[in-house]
Ligand binder design. Structure first.
Ligand SMILES: C[S@@+](CC[C@H](N)C(=O)[O-])C[C@H]1O[C@@H](n2cnc3c(N)ncnc32)[C@H](O)[C@@H]1O
Length: 258
């Protein structure tokens, strides 16, 4: 599969812009006053949070960082757009705020990653993070169960560990560094009917499902998708109008450095 086929699809991703923006706004609402410095939107994607960040911090330079050329290409509202992998990225000057919405679950070893990011901040700076914590819910568990059952040569989740821990774990890791606030919220999302397939799949298809589809041929993907749709119907029954209720758990924390 080519690199571009592996890249994110900003058009499909933005279909649920409202549902995806809400947690970003809830996170931003918990960020207080900032010291001097830039605002970094880490894993900025197509720039969904740029407008809210600019409205909140109108005098600041807002920098978007992402490793997807397609997403970064769409992103607007940043003074600087940096194509970089968060695994190796570091800021040029100590930022006032590192804001990261729905990104860091793609990166491993949070016990090392989060303190590293906090260490880049200016004194009094803030690290604000939101990550989905949906990995044991049916929407995400079905992906692993079905892929492992259908294609055991490519998928083995025998030692699976969810990439995001409970909010309390981040509190424990980061509280020694500064003032911590951590919480979780389950959003009861209404996902509207789609022409083809289950509406929950329309949501996960552009994010959680991507690493699975990348490893499948077109015919295999079709088979996999049909099985996933059927399983979703049992866990998220369709409402009369074809929409579904899709409870979705998210983990948040805000660390304020001394
Ligand atoms: C679910 S989107 C979230 C985008 C945006 N923050 C928002 O709230 O809509 C995840 C983004 O993280 C980016 N991403 C994932 N892993 C990354 C990495 N290792 N380095 C940089 N960006 C990464 C993807 O390219 C994608 O744009």
């Amino acid at each position: 599969m080519s690199e571009s086929a592996k890249d994110w699809n900003p058009g499909a991703y933005s279909r649920f812009r409202g549902l995806r923006l809400r947690p970003a706004l809830d996170l931003l609402a918990q960020v207080g006053d900032l010291p001097k410095g830039d605002v970094i939107d880490l894993g900025c994607g197509d720039g969904a949070a740029a407008e809210a960040l600019a409205a909140r911090f109108p005098e600041r330079r807002i920098i978007g960082v992402d490793n997807s050329p397609a997403m970064l290409g769409k992103a607007q509202g940043y003074a600087i757009k940096t194509l970089a992998d968060i695994g190796t990225w570091h800021p040029e000057t100590p930022p006032a705020l590192i804001f990261s919405n729905a990104v860091l679950h793609w990166l491993p070893d949070h016990a090392a990653l989060m303190p590293r990011l906090a260490g880049y901040l200016a004194p009094g700076g803030v690290l604000a993070v939101q990550m989905p914590r949906q990995f044991l819910a049916p929407s995400h568990r079905f992906l692993r169960d079905i892929a492992g059952g259908m294609f055991p040569d490519r998928f083995d989740f025998g030692h699976y560990h969810p990439p995001v821990d409970p909010a309390a774990a981040y509190h424990e890791i980061l509280a020694p560094l500064g003032r911590m606030s951590a919480w979780e919220t389950e959003y009861v999302q209404r996902v509207e009917a789609v022409v083809e397939g289950h509406p929950v799949r329309a949501f996960t298809g552009t994010t959680a499902m991507r690493p699975f589809l990348e490893k499948l041929s077109e015919a295999e993907a079709k088979q996999f998708t049909a099985a996933y749709d059927a399983a979703l119907t049992s866990a998220y029954p369709l409402l009369e109008d074809g929409a579904a209720l899709f409870p979705f758990r998210r983990c948040f924390f805000v660390l304020e450095m001394p």
